[in-house]
Design a protein around this ligand. Sequence first.
Ligand code: NAD
Length: 423
Amino acid sequence: MSSLSYVSVDDNSPWATYLAQVERVVPYLGELSRLADTLRHPKRAFIVDIPLEMDDGTIRHFEGFRVQHNLSRGPGKGGVRFHPDVNLEEVMALSAWMTVKCAVLNLPFGGAKGGIRVDPRELSVEELERLTRRYTSEIGIIIGPQQDIPAPDVGTNPQVMAWMMDTYSMNVGATTTGVVTGKPIHLGGSLGRASATGRGVFVTGRAAAGHIGLELMNSRVAVQGFGNVGSVAALLFAEAGARVLTIQDHSATLWNDRGIDIPALIAWQQQRGSIAGFPGADTIPSDEFWTQKYDILIPAALEGQITAERAKNLNCKLVLEGANGPTLPVADDIMRERNITVIPDVICNAGGVTVSYFEWVQDFSSFFWTEDEINARLDHIMEQAFDAVWQKAKSLGVTPRTAAFAVACERILFARKERGIYP
Ligand code: NAD
C-alpha cells in the first residue's frame, strides 16, 4: 500500500485510508497528476523522546511526534493529540487530512499534526504540564507562527495550549500568541473556537440535507462521541428541531424515541465525565447504535468506525463526519451503492481550523472580533466551500469526498507547480 520504508502495511490504518482516498482523485487531476506523489510523501516527520520525571520520582519516556505533511500553501496547521494509541502512521494521516482540509476551505495553511503516546488521564496536572512543556521544547525547532501552528485535538485543551504558548515564548524570549490556536480567550484565544467544529458539522449538514430533500425539523439523528464536536453538533441539530434519538460515547449508548434532552445531557456529562447513567434515556447495547433507523448519522469520536459490516446495515440517508477518518474506504463504496450521502471530514469538521485561522489572524493584529462576527464569517466560508464541493461532485459524477479531494488537491498541486521544486 505504501512505498515509505518507515510505515507498516495495514489496509485499515488511517494512512492506508488516506492513500486510498488520494488514489480515487488522481484520475481527475489532469496534468497536475504528475505532481501527485507529493501527496503520498509527508514533507517532515519528526519523532522526539520525552523524558518525564513523575511525581513519585521515577522517570518515564514518552514518544512524541510532529508531522508536517505539506507546506506548499502556507505554514503547517494541525492539532496535538494526547492518546495512548498515537503512532507515527496515525499522525501522518491526520496531518495529510489537514493539508486537504485547509485547501478545501481555501485557508492559507499547509497540513500538520502532532501527538504524544500517553494516556493524559493517568497523569497529575503537574506531570501533564511538564510533559507538554518538554514536548513543546523538543518540537520548538519546527513550530512557530510562520512555520507550523499547533492546536488542540483529542486529549488536549486550552490549558495545554497555554502551556505550549508559554514554553515557546520563554524559549524565543517574547510572548508569541500566534504559535498555537485554541488558547484560553484572555491569552489570545478566539471567541467561538470551542464550538466551531460542531457548528461547522451543523452548517454543512444543513446544506447537505437541503440538497437531498431532507427536512431537519423532526429528522432523526444519531451521534457517536459526546465531546467537543459531538455535543455541540447534537445541540445545534436539536435547536433546529431535529430529534437526537441515540448518542454513544466510550461509556454507554443512549436511546430515547422522543429525542434526548441535549442541554440536560451536556450538564450530566460535565458533572460526571461521561453519558453513562443519564436518566432521560434508555441504555441499549453498543452494536445497536449502528442498526437503528435514523436519518442522519454523525460519527464524532474516533477513526475507522464505519466498517464494511456497519455500512451494509446502516439505516440512514446522510452521514456527517465530525471525526477525522471515521469511514473505511470499502465502507465508502458500500454507502455510495446504498445511496447514503457522506459529507467527508475534510469539509464537515473544518469549522475548528477555520476559527483557528481567525484566531491566528486576530493574534497578529492583537485586535479581537465579536462572536457574532466570527460565527457569520465561519458560516459564510463553510457554506461557500460546501457549495464548491457539491458542484464538483455533480460535475465529475463522484462522491462529495472525492470531490473535496479534487478541489483541494488541485489547489495544493497548483501551488506546488507555481512554486517549483527546489532546487
Ligand atoms: P473529545 O475528546 O472532546 O470527545 C471524544 C468523544 O468520543 C468522547 O465523548 C468520548 O467518550 C468518545 N469516544 C471515545 N472512544 C469512544 C468509543 N470507543 N466509542 C464511542 N465513543 C467514544 O474529542 P473531540 O475534540 O470532540 O474530537 C472528536 C473527533 O473529532 C476526533 O476524531 C477529532 O480528531 C475530530 N475533530 C475535532 C476537532 C475539534 O475542534 N475538537 C476538529 C476537527 C476534528
